[in-house]
Design a protein around this ligand. Structure first.
Ligand SMILES: Nc1ncnc2c1ncn2[C@@H]1O[C@H](COP(=O)(O)OP(=O)(O)OP(=O)(O)O)[C@@H](O)[C@H]1O
Length: 363
């Protein structure tokens, strides 16, 4: 079932929580709303669930207009951050709850609940009390309870945020596998970009109540459409520079970056401030200067992160560059205070306009 938003706006008093949202989630898709705290993710999810009514615009499930349809008629399974399972009921009864409410026959309840518990690998704990179980297990109960009613849509709001890091990674893989198996349209809310990249078919990156970009994880990571997205997804170094001349014949811009001058072909005629966005794994550090476009700097931070080493390099122009080296390519470890050169590899960067709203160059 497709889920469609048409100019959806929700206000709380005078503040706009979500602003003129327009997009469609495809049938069977794992779709994630990603963005910083307060950007409107939960508000959008609550509008889909029917907990909030939007002030303007329309919500569709398939071709059906849902604006006036109450929550209990929307056929939605939900999993939230705080489990929301009933501590006084057994695991089985927790999962059976929605089926009992729908007056499903006893033998069918037994069959469906056991199938759902098998999916989350809890069948052997059916008679346990959830209060004796771990956070991960409790979240599995919540998941089984959400899917057992065979909902047309599954909504999840930060379902893993109460779990420890290792369990989060395992659970997110399990959730993804279950969703693929059931082919159920799923809308997932998180502020954790790595989690979003790992589980989603598509991601909507939100900021201040608006959708900044919608795309596959690869699209969002490799081709951010504006500075806000580039800033929020992964880590990027943003380096300020100025285009002081644009040659309309060749499309080549003359760019001043600190003490460096370089030429790049921009997408359009542009003069003024720009931003280079460069991923830490794209930067190189060299000990000897090989060409004039390598910025002198000093190693300010060295952080060992297992598979990679993260360096903070303070450049001559007093900018801090984050540079990642995989351990295999690291060669000699650099030391704090060491003098080095940062090779900006600018031809592999993205250039945004001064407002960060338009891509002027992309390799
Ligand atoms: N019930 C409410 N009353 C008033 N303002 C609200 C209410 N719920 C949300 N807001 C405001 O609307 C905006 C969007 O909030 P929302 O909870 O949707 O954001 P979010 O992206 O889900 O954030 P978080 O990750 O912190 O939950 C915020 O500015 C928030 O303060």
């Amino acid at each position: 079932m497709n889920i469609g938003f048409e100019q959806v706006t929700k206000l709380f008093g005078h503040s706009v929580a979500v602003n003129q949202i327009n997009f469609t989630i495809q049938d069977g898709e794992f779709f994630t709303l990603l963005g910083p705290s307060g950007c409107g993710k939960t508000t959008l999810l609550r509008i889909i669930a029917g907990f909030y009514r939007q002030d303007q615009g329309n919500l569709y499930f398939g071709s059906r207009l849902m604006n006036e349809v109450p929550t209990h008629q929307r056929n939605i399974g939900m999993v939230f951050q705080n489990y929301a399972i009933f501590p006084h009921m057994s695991v089985f009864d927790n999962v059976a709850y929605g089926l009992k409410a729908r007056k499903v026959s006893k033998p069918l309840i037994e069959k469906k609940v056991m199938e759902a518990l098998e999916m989350v690998e809890l069948q052997h704990l059916r008679d346990r009390s959830p209060s004796e179980m771990s956070g991960g297990q409790q979240q599995r109960i919540a998941l089984a309870r959400a899917v057992v009613i065979e909902p047309g849509l599954l909504l999840m709001d930060e379902p893993l945020s109460n779990l420890d890091a290792k369990l989060r990674i395992k659970m997110r893989a399990d959730i993804r596998a279950l969703q693929k198996k059931l082919k159920i349209t799923t809308i997932y809310v998180t502020h954790d970009q790595e989690e979003a990249l790992a589980v989603s078919d598509r991601i909507a990156v939100m900021s201040a109540g608006t959708v900044q970009q919608i795309g596959s994880p690869q699209d969002i990571y490799l081709y951010p459409e504006n500075r806000t997205v580039a800033h929020f997804i992964g880590t990027s170094n943003f380096v300020e520079a100025v285009v002081n001349k644009y040659d309309a014949m060749t499309g080549l811009a003359t760019i001043l970056l600190g003490t460096i001058t370089l030429k790049l072909k921009l997408k359009r005629n542009y003069v003024g401030k720009i931003w280079f966005s460069i991923r830490p794994e794209r930067l190189m550090i060299v000990k000897e200067r090989q060409h004039p476009q390598q910025l002198p700097g000093v190693v300010e931070q060295v952080t060992f992160l297992g598979g990679k080493i993260q360096y903070g390099i303070r450049s001559e122009g007093n900018q801090l560059f984050e540079v990642d080296h995989q351990l295999s390519e690291a060669g000699d470890l650099l030391e704090q205070e060491q003098h080095v050169y940062v090779d900006l590899q600018l031809d592999r960067a993205i250039v945004f306009d001064g407002l960060g709203q338009e891509v002027l160059y992309r390799a």
